[in-house]
Design a protein around this ligand. Sequence first.
Ligand code: UDP
Ligand code: LCN
Length: 820
Amino acid sequence: MAATPSLKRSESVLDTMPEALRQSRYHMKRCFAKYIEKGRRLMKIHHLMDEMEKSIDDQTERTQVLEGLLGYILCTTKEAAVVPPYVAFAIRPNPGFWEFVKVNANDLSVDGITATEYLKYKEMTVDEKWANDENALEIDFGAIDFSTPRLTLSSSIGNGLSYTSKFLTSKLSGSPGSAQPLVDYLLSLNHQGEKLMINETLNTPSKLQSALIVAEAALALQPKDTPYQSFELRFKEWGFEKGWGDTAERVKETMRSLSEVFQSPDPLNMEKFLGRLPTIFNVVLFSVHGYFGQSNVLGLPDTGGQVVYVLDQVVALEEELLLRIKQQGLNVKPQILVVTRLIPDAKGTKCNQELEPVNNTKHSHILRVPFKTENGDIVSQWISRFDIYPYLERYTQDASDKIIELMEGKPDLIIGNYTDGNLVASLMASKLGITLGTIAHALEKTKYEDSDVKWKELDPKYHFSCQFTADLIAMNMADFVITSTYQEIAGSKDRAGQYESHAAFTLPGLYRVVSGINVFDPKFNIASPGADQSVYFPHTEKQRRLTQFRPAIEELLFAKGDNDEHIGYLEDKKKPIIFSMARLDIVKNITGLTEWYGKNKRLRNLVNLVVVGAFFDPSKSKDREEASEIKKMHMLIDKYQLKGQIRWIAAQADRIRNSELYRTIADTRGAFVQPALYEAFGLTVIEAMNCGLPTFATNQGGPAEIIVGGVSGFHIDPNNGDESSNKIANFFQKCKEDPEYWNRISLEGLKRINECYTWKIYANKVLNMGCVYSFWRQLYNDQKQAKQRYIQAFYNLQFRSLRALRLLGIVQLVLNSSTM
Ligand code: UDP
Ligand code: LCN
């Protein structure tokens, strides 16, 4: 077999493209003439390929070109901007790596261009005047990142914590004085003014190193479980304060790892030592939009996995904090506040309640703070996440005041969620000088084609100008970024990552981002969430099954007659069920799955379809997309005459009962199907797998990493419905012939979960990030300050004026709806 062409690491497209074009000069002249004949436009890979195929008549020659180097270059092209006589290419040979070249269609000459020049070509396809404006605003975060170390391999992306520990190690080694910043950092640690770890007696590396030798010798004589209090006074005289451990053994281990750091620093000891430091007691998690609550909220528009994630995250973080604080030998109660918006018109939820304890925690609460208008009036109704930007600045101030009052001081760590939560978190963190982590499992930019260059068209509906500005601010302000999968950062071989898509983009007429974020920055980390295993457990654990829900689930799945909770019915109850559950957004593609099922007779003969999502009356939906998807569901059920084979169940808010629903589907030896056009992570995928339900999930996004295809589940291509529905049908056909097959996939799914996707693994990683990056930000404080200044200017000059425009738009909207 001929090897697939590719570029060697040392080769660039600029080096190889001229020769590749020369080899097929006749065809390429025709092809490029075709590219430019329609004038200025943006072309995607499929346009480039289609038009190339059309311009080469001879089948053999076409195959030769497409399978050669030129074919490879085109395959790795993400986009091309046509501005005759030039075609400018944005090429992505590997995750995180981009190259820009322009080809002159007349003589096929090739020139390398910068990201800025490429963006200008792109702008020329929509707004030539702005593209040529020499004073157009350019945003360049790269220009102020002068000393941040960078990774260089695609495979290193997302391992920030371990690389940061490596960089710290080399920064602190060398001369005896190199470790002074670490000593200074230890001297700064305290809890409410009470010193921790060391006092001024040990204010240099050499003094501390000598004291550690003495202390370790003293500890060697103590029984392992001797409590710290028994030797506390003696240690204090030597210069040690609390925080090293609760027992002689623990103190000795911590001291040993610091001695190792002094003697010959290595990253593992560095991470271990910093992870043990008592730096985090109070944490704030921002999740602003939506209905954020512990019951009756799931499935509402904008209220999905983020709420589940944050609530589970609190439980896991509190558990880990309690353990660490105990092991540090401290008697401190940690506090975690989840800060969200208070919605007076709460529609039967608790979203109008200011303070609510978080279930299964001892010291964690949800704090709700209302949005206020410029006049100070409280906003009473739910507002779509796309429309909330005008309220966030005032909200930040109100929320910060309340947090400081409740915590009786500043938190030690702030973590934001999604664009709005991240913006609020970054404003608060920068004002108060607190370590900041951000999370954005679903950045909107990649969800909509050409959302940057077409921002003016999309802005009335989605307000992307505000959203992308807020995202840039937060991701640059963050000390560390928590992601759930690699693809979230840097995508896959074929698809750019969510963060990667912010590296260079343009909002013509507003600003051009020549360096927005660098995915090789060691601030990026992968910490995948889990599913609550006390709720989502395997269907085979009979003694744990929640039998009290059986009658309700039986009715939900099989009772005849349509009502507010279900429509459609299942004629043959013996068939396995394929099941899906999601909010009814376009991107979730539940309508796609319904259509695939409708079209595939073989699948319809083998299984029934049950979907959970939204409700049935589109006129009652306040969400634009949801209303249109509801209508589409009705249309498809009629078109494919699905009644008798489909059950559509309204959104289900009780996750405990839902877990039993997953298990009941597993009892039918069915499967879970997650058909999203794109899914950032996909909590339903791991919920289903935890319940032992074989899972088919989209190959676009997180599930591509969660599932090992054909082993612990299956990937399906949401853009190829026939192939996907046949894959599902093949599975059920195979299960009929070999019933053990179903069990094998189910067990492998569980194995995969327990190895990689649990909250315990998550909490440990995230708290280590908090500890390591807190030290890092102190070490690079000057650079941090400089960057903050740049970001503050960007916030003030751009975000605030956009927000003011949005406010006018929203006032208009409210006026319109009140006169309707
Ligand atoms: N969910 C639910 N009821 C519904 C729809 C969804 O309880 O009607 C839950 C689901 O079990 C999961 C979360 O909402 O815990 C959805 O998370 P996912 O990551 O799948 O998607 P997101 O909505 O965050 O995009
Ligand atoms: C948001 C999403 O879109 C999902 O893919 C994630 O699973 C969820 O957040 C939780 O992280």
